[in-house]
Design a binder for this molecule. Structure first.
Ligand code: RAM
Length: 513
């Protein structure tokens, strides 16, 4: 029976009311009217998501020509130095938060129709006539979130920890709108891998349990005819799944539902959505070679239909040819990490079933976990080097070791040794996203190394704080802070969902598992 309509009704009932706060700049309003070529930089004091109004007037004669303005909204000061013209990357430059507009009548209150994610607003006067100057008398922002600030317990910790917690909490808060957005600047969409981490952090901070529930139902409602969950979805103008599938993201629906049921005790929702979760396991069978019980190397299913239609050269430029996402390292071989994610999520399916007192099919899943763990140890684990390898080229990567640690495939000491060994291997494929770093920190907690986990988290996310972050970034490579998988940091998101998890770790979330 197709239940997608019913799921959508449930999601709609949980749509939150947005909280609106009027915010004025803390600096940058000019004392003097501006002539052609002048510019100002408004600083709203922190990262915000919302709509802006400028109160404009003139000095001098009655305006005899339009005012022509360029407005640039930036989450991070590093965006101020980038230009639209200089951008040559592969994702749309439509994401760049820049406008040019003409104003015919002054004085006026200029309310911009688009929602922006930003702290800084640069206003540049491209043209006024010689007979008048432009006065920016006031500016304000109606900042929105669905997060309940009142639900947030005060943080207790060192000043360094408090700084990281504050930025992490702000990141989550800005992403909490009608649903958990991945980034309020870009992509402004609900992504499954991001949702998993936002949900965990929300349980430790704003307690937005109903928003998690809404998002779970949105994914269930946007599933394909075969029950396949998409990697992300759009809610406007109406709900629609993106034509983008990632095996690991679909499987992580299971873990997200398990976490939700474990945290809230809401068995009814768990039972309602269990078939959606288990369907992902059925569909994931196509990734395995039945002979070896391993995820096939080089599966091309993560390409979107659009990318598939563009021919091999374009495909190679955009994404690697794996069904799994894992991380934004474009040279990463994902066979091993994909195998481990499958084992991890299937273990969570068993935990979810246990919470729901559901035994049907559990034994078969247990046997499959056994078989695939054994296959991984036999064929992907290099016992001599104490490392997992991936793909026909036997690539060593951080991602493979981390996900196998989380999947509980080796005894604890061996899993720990794999993490130590990969750190000594200068050739190993690195982690590039805070999403992957989260799983590394989580693996260290999981293996009983809280001090090391804490240190890694403080170093990595602390690096962004030292760069002046108000919110945590989508991508952060300490060796190259300007790195972008998209071709330029101007389209990077500087407030990104999957980067908010230090608040989860610092508030004791990892120990709860
Ligand atoms: C990007 C976004 C999103 C992430 C995907 C895989 O488009 O950053 O958050 O989940 O990649």
């Amino acid at each position: 029976m197709d239940r997608r309509k019913e799921y959508l009704e449930k999601a709609d009932l949980l749509k939150p009311a947005l909280r609106v706060e009027r915010v004025r700049p803390v600096a940058g309003l000019p004392a003097e009217p501006m002539a052609e070529g002048d510019s100002l930089l408004l600083d709203f004091g922190n990262h915000h998501v919302g709509h802006v109004t400028l109160k404009l007037n003139y000095a001098g004669s009655h305006p005899d020509a339009p005012v022509w303005l360029r407005l640039k909204f930036c989450e991070s000061p590093r965006e101020l130095n980038e230009t639209v013209e200089g951008y040559k990357g592969w994702i749309s430059k439509g994401w760049i938060q820049e406008e040019q507009l003409h104003i015919d009548v002054l004085p006026c209150e200029l309310s911009l129709p688009r929602r922006y994610a930003f702290r800084y607003l640069r206003v540049e006067v491209l043209a006024v006539s010689l007979k008048f100057r432009l006065a920016v008398e006031d500016a304000w922002l109606d900042s929105t979130t669905s997060a309940d600030d009142g639900a947030l317990a005060p943080f207790e910790g060192t000043p360094e920890e408090a700084a990281i917690d504050r930025v992490a909490v702000r990141t989550l808060r800005s992403c909490m709108q009608d649903f958990f957005e991945d980034g309020p600047k870009r992509d402004r969409r609900l992504w499954l891998g991001d949702l998993r981490l936002q949900a965990l952090t929300s349980y430790a901070t704003f307690h937005g349990d109903d928003l998690v529930k809404r998002c779970l139902y949105l994914f269930a409602a946007a599933a394909g005819d075969d029950g396949q969950l998409t990697a992300c979805l759009f809610t406007e103008p109406k709900l629609e799944g993106d034509d983008n599938w990632m095996a690991d993201y679909a499987l992580l629906f299971i873990s997200t539902l398990k976490d939700y049921v474990a945290h809230t005790g809401d068995l009814e929702t768990g039972r309602d959505l269990l078939p959606v979760a288990l369907r992902q396991l059925e569909l994931s069978e196509s990734y395995f070679d039945p002979q070896t019980q391993l995820v096939r190397d080089g599966d091309a299913k993560s390409l979107t239909r659009r990318q598939q239609s563009k021919g091999p050269e374009n495909q190679a430029n955009m994404v690697d040819q794996s069904a799994f996402f894992i991380d934004w390292n474009l040279t990463l071989n994902k066979q091993a990490a994909g195998q481990a994610v499958w084992i991890y999520c299937t273990r969570d399916a068993l935990r979810l079933m246990a919470l729901l007192h559901e035994t049907d099919g559990a034994e078969a899943l247990r046997q499959r976990i056994e078989a695939r763990s054994a296959a991984a140890v036999a064929r992907l684990y290099d016992g001599e080097r104490g490392l997992f390898v991936s793909g026909t080229d036997r690539q060593v990567s951080w991602a493979s070791q981390v996900w196998f640690a989380l999947a509980d495939v080796l005894p604890r000491e061996d899993a720990l040794r794999a993490l130590e060994n990969v750190a000594l291997d200068g050739e190993a494929a690195i982690m590039v996203s805070p999403y992957m770093m989260h799983h590394y920190v989580d693996a260290l907690y999981h293996l009983g190394c809280p001090e090391k986990a804490h240190q890694v988290m403080m170093d990595y996310w602390g690096g962004m704080v030292r760069l002046g972050a108000d919110t945590f970034f989508e991508l952060y490579n300490p060796a190259n802070p300007d790195e972008s998988p998209y071709g330029s940091p101007i389209v990077n998101s500087y407030c990104h969902a999957w980067s908010c998890t230090p608040a989860y770790f610092l508030r004791g979330g990892a120990k709860e598992r």
